[in-house]
Design a protein around this ligand. Structure first.
Ligand code: SF4
Length: 448
C-alpha cells in the first residue's frame, strides 16, 4: 500500500500566521498530503515564522537548526520556512541553513502545492518571496470536518500595511495593504455560519483601512470597514462579531456608530496606542497625538458606555525620556484600559528605528516595563471588580483551564468567566451568568 505523504506545520506569532498556516494546511490536504502533529512522521516540515521581535525570530531559527539532523537521517525530507522571517531574510537563509529547501513569503503561500511538486522533481532549493503591488488575496473557504466544528473563527479581510511605523517590520514582510473582495469575505462568513460557527473575528493588520486606496480614500462604489461590519453582522447565524487590529488614526465616527447599531458586535475594542508621549509617537510615525487618541476614546465610550478598551504599549523606544515614560503612565490613569499587551522595544531589520541613535539601556527598559505592568495589573483588578454583581451574557468556550469541574466562557467585552455548569453545555452556547468574584485575569460567576 502506498504511504500517504505527511506534512507538519509549526506556527509562531500572530493570528495572521495562524490563518496562513490554516490555508497552507488545507492546500496540502487538497494535494493529497495528510497533516500530522508529529514532526518525526513528516515528509514536509513547514515552520511559519514571526519577526515582530528578535526573540520570536531566534526561536524559529533554533527549531530549524534542529531539523538539520532529521534531514541527514531522511534526505527526502522537505524543510520549508514561511512567514515574516522568510520574507525578511529571503535567499540569505540558505547561507545560514543550507538544509532548508524552500523559503516562502506570506504572499506566496497559495503557490505551496506547485512549489513542492517542483522541489520533489528538481531537488534544488527555492525562494518564493515576490511581493507584487497587483497581489490579490485568492478566495478561500475553510474545509471543516463536521465532527470538529469550532465555535469561533478568524476571517482575514486584508493583508499588509501602508503605515510604516518606524519600529515595525510588517510593511516589509507582508507588503502593501491588500483588501480582500467583499463577496469572498461574505461567502466565507456565510459558509462558516452555516456550519454552526457562532463567533467571527475579522482579521487584518489595520482593519480600519479596509477597502481604502493608497490615498486613504474610499474608491467610488467601494466598501468601507464599517459597511463591511454591517454586512457581516447581517449574516444569519453570526451571534457575535469581533475585529482586530486597528490603528487609532483611522478610527472613524462611522465605526463608532456600529457599536450602537449592531447588536451582535461585541463591546470590545483593541486600540494599540504604543506610547503616551507625543514626541515618541512622532518618532514612531504613528500619525496621531495623545490628545486625538483621548478624544476618540471618549467619543467611543459615548457611543458604547460599557465598551472594554485594550491596548499595546512599547517601552524604551529610542530617545524615550523619563518624562516620556511618565506620560505613558499618566495615560494608563486617564483611560484605565481593561487590558494591556506591553513590550520592550527591540531593533528589527529594515525598520527606520533600527538606525535611530540614543537607544535606551536594557535595564531601564526592564524597569519601565515592570512598573507599567504592575500598575496595569492593579487597574485590571479595579476594572474586573466593576463587573461583580452584574449579569452578563457569555459564550461558552469549554471546560475551564484553571478550575477543575468548571466551565469557561467569554463575555462580549472579551473577559474570561469561570462558572459551574452542567455536563451538557456546548461551546458556542450563549448563557447568562451573575458575576460573583473578580480575579486578576478572569471573573467567576453563577449560571442563571
Ligand atoms: S499599523 Fe501596525 S502593522 Fe502597520 S506598520 Fe504600524 S505597527 Fe506595523
Amino acid at each position: 500500500m502506498i504511504r500517504q505523504k505527511q506534512a507538519y506545520i509549526e506556527t509562531f506569532g500572530c493570528q495572521m500566521n495562524d490563518r496562513d498556516s490554516e490555508i497552507m494546511g488545507q492546500l496540502l490536504t487538497e494535494s493529497s498530503y495528510l497533516l500530522t502533529s508529529k514532526m518525526s512522521e513528516a515528509d514536509v516540515v513547514i515552520i511559519n515564522t514571526c519577526s515582530i521581535r528578535g526573540k520570536a525570530e531566534e526561536k524559529a531559527f533554533s527549531l530549524l537548526g534542529r531539523l538539520k539532523k532529521k534531514k541527514q537521517k531522511k534526505p527526502s525530507l522537505i524543510v520549508a520556512i514561511a512567514g515574516c522571517v522568510a520574507q525578511q531574510e529571503g535567499n540569505k537563509i540558505f547561507e545560514r541553513m543550507p538544509h532548508i529547501d524552500l523559503v516562502l513569503g506570506p504572499q506566496s503561500i497559495y503557490r505551496l502545492p506547485e512549489l513542492l511538486k517542483d522541489l520533489e522533481k528538481n531537488k534544488h532549493n527555492k525562494t518564493a518571496t515576490e511581493q507584487s503591488t497587483s497581489f490579490s488575496i485568492p478566495a478561500f473557504l475553510p474545509s471543516l470536518k463536521d465532527n470538529l466544528i469550532p465555535h469561533k473563527k478568524f476571517v482575514t479581510i486584508m493583508q499588509g500595511c501602508n503605515n510604516f511605523c518606524t519600529y515595525c517590520v510588517v510593511p516589509y514582510t507582508r507588503g502593501r495593504e491588500v483588501s480582500r473582495k467583499l463577496e469572498d469575505i461574505l461567502a466565507e462568513v456565510s459558509h462558516l455560519a452555516a456550519k454552526g460557527i457562532k463567533e467571527i473575528t475579522l482579521l487584518g493588520q489595520n482593519v480600519n483601512s479596509y477597502g481604502l486606496e493608497k490615498t486613504g480614500e474610499l474608491p467610488p462604489g467601494g466598501t468601507s470597514f464599517p459597511d463591511l461590519l454591517r454586512a457581516v453582522a447581517g449574516i444569519e447565524g453570526v451571534a457575535r462579531l469581533r475585529f482586530t487590529t486597528s490603528n487609532p488614526k483611522d478610527l472613524s465616527e462611522d465605526l463608532m456608530c456600529c457599536f450602537t447599531e449592531l447588536d451582535n458586535l461585541c463591546p470590545h475594542f483593541h486600540l494599540p496606542v504604543q506610547s503616551g508621549s507625543n514626541d515618541v509617537l512622532k518618532k514612531m510615525n504613528r500619525k496621531y497625538t495623545i490628545e486625538s487618541y483621548l478624544e476618540k476614546v471618549a467619543k467611543l465610550r459615548g457611543y458604547s458606555p460599557g465598551i472594554a478598551i485594550t491596548t499595546d504599549i512599547i517601552v524604551g523606544f529610542p530617545g524615550e525620556t523619563e518624562n516620556d515614560f511618565e506620560a505613558t503612565m499618566d495615560l494608563l490613569e486617564k483611560i484605565r484600559f481593561h487590558g494591556l499587551f506591553s513590550f520592550k522595544y527591540s531593533d528589527r531589520p529594515h525598520t527606520r528605528s533600527n538606525e535611530f541613535s540614543d537607544k535606551v539601556p536594557e535595564e531601564i527598559k526592564s524597569k519601565r516595563l515592570a512598573r507599567l505592568q504592575s500598575r496595569q495589573e492593579e487597574i485590571n483588578m479595579e476594572r474586573n471588580l466593576e463587573y461583580v454583581g452584574q449579569t452578563l451574557k457569555i459564550m461558552v468556550e469549554g471546560a475551564s483551564k484553571s478550575a477543575e469541574g468548571q466551565w469557561s466562557g467569554r463575555t462580549g467585552s472579551n473577559h474570561i468567566v469561570n462558572f459551574n455548569g452542567h455536563s451538557n453545555l456546548r461551546p458556542g452556547q450563549i448563557l447568562e451568568v451573575t458575576i460573583d468574584e473578580a480575579c486578576l485575569h478572569s471573573l467567576r460567576g453563577t449560571l442563571i
